[in-house]
Design a binder for this molecule. Structure first.
Ligand code: SF4
Length: 342
């Protein structure tokens, strides 16, 4: 099979993405295991001098290590930092060897790619605070733009029926979602009608979802506090409405519009696996409503809700839930168990 070129599309808001490196408060070089691809590993094996010695000491190399099943990776320090992240939170490998010395995962993060039958869609994952900032501060309706081509080992084929159907529904949802002549509640109701959800699927039962989230795997203890807050009785309809009024007044409802856009852009095509488009739509709407409720809680407590608060919530939700296939699967199962009633 030969290689073929496919067009790559990306959202317009993400065109100027740059890692903010030492200004990042939740660096992806802390707390995540970083695997090393074969080409980078070979290069690291050849680096001379002190840096070379450190590389050989601080990476797990399956050729010399005692677990042949394990893939090559950086050995994190006790506080879970990449050993090459210096005290100023800058990458020692970039400083010494240049940008192209970093391994594929570090080069690509936080990009994601969805390979469709006729094109590739890419974007920037929200576990990165800078990616979240770009999404949340974008003020015009998000559009996809063609950014170039990418080689693929796979033959270009006709888009299959499921893919075309899902893309058509996604397009319809995006049209409703971005119709700013209507308020966001009305748009969410119209999306609910489009995928034929029951009328009562409007407000989530927050304490049920708090219990469900508490059963999932968690990374950061700060997320436990957020989960607990969903049970808090201050989160009644009056508080949610006051918060909505505050966000409308501040011209910030686009943050929720963009968030739902991102979740559907990135995940709706996963319905190809089981044909359950409604479950994917509900999980995305549920995610936005949970993040909205957590925002309302902070607003009620602090009398304010800043953009930094929102970035923090979105980043945390993404890292804890969106980036864990297992956690998303559990949420979708819980949605199905409740017969699509949020
Ligand atoms: S999380 Fe994003 S901004 Fe922060 S270090 Fe990683 S890529 Fe850079």
């Amino acid at each position: 099979m030969g290689t073929s070129e496919t067009s790559v599309f990306a959202p317009d808001y993400s065109q100027d993405f740059h890692c903010i490196a030492d200004r990042c408060r939740h660096s992806c070089c802390i707390g995540w295991e970083i695997d090393i691809d074969d080409v980078s590993l070979e290069r690291y094996r050849q680096v001379p001098g002190r840096l070379g010695k450190k590389l050989r000491r601080c990476i797990y190399d399956p050729e010399t290590g005692n677990d042949p099943e394990a893939v090559a990776h950086f050995i994190l320090s006790k506080d879970e930092r990449c050993p090459f992240l210096n005290e100023k939170n800058l990458c020692e490998l970039i400083l010494s060897l240049g940008e192209d010395a970093i391994c594929d995962i570090c080069t690509e993060h936080p990009r994601f790619y969805n390979t469709l039958t006729t094109r590739t869609e890419m974007g920037f994952g929200l576990c990165c605070e800078e990616a979240a900032r770009m999404l949340l501060t974008w003020k015009t309706p998000i559009r996809l733009v063609e950014t170039g081509t990418m080689s693929s080992e796979e033959e270009i084929t006709e888009a299959d029926f499921d893919e075309l159907e899902i893309l058509a529904i996604r397009e319809k949802i995006f049209r409703i979602l971005q119709d700013r002549t209507k308020d966001l509640r009305t748009r969410f109701d119209e999306i609910r009608d489009l995928v034929e959800l029951p009328e009562q699927a409007v407000l989530p039962d927050l304490s049920f979802w708090s219990e469900t989230l508490a059963e999932l795997e968690r990374l950061d203890p700060a997320w436990n506090d957020e989960i607990e807050r969903l049970k808090d009785t201050v989160l009644d309809e009056a508080v949610l409405q006051a918060f909505e009024a505050f966000m409308c007044e501040a011209g910030r409802m686009t943050e929720y519009e963009n968030l739902l856009w991102y979740l559907l852009y990135r995940h709706l095509l996963e319905a190809k696996d089981d044909g359950d488009i409604r479950a994917q739509v509900i999980w995305a709407v549920l995610a936005v409503k949970i993040i909205g409720a957590l925002g309302a809680w902070r607003y009620k407590e602090n009398g304010d809700f800043t953009l930094e608060d929102q970035i923090d919530l979105v980043r945390m939700f993404s890292s804890e839930i969106e980036y864990s296939d297992e956690n998303v699967e559990c949420l979708i199962e819980a949605i199905r168990d409740r017969e699509y009633i949020l």
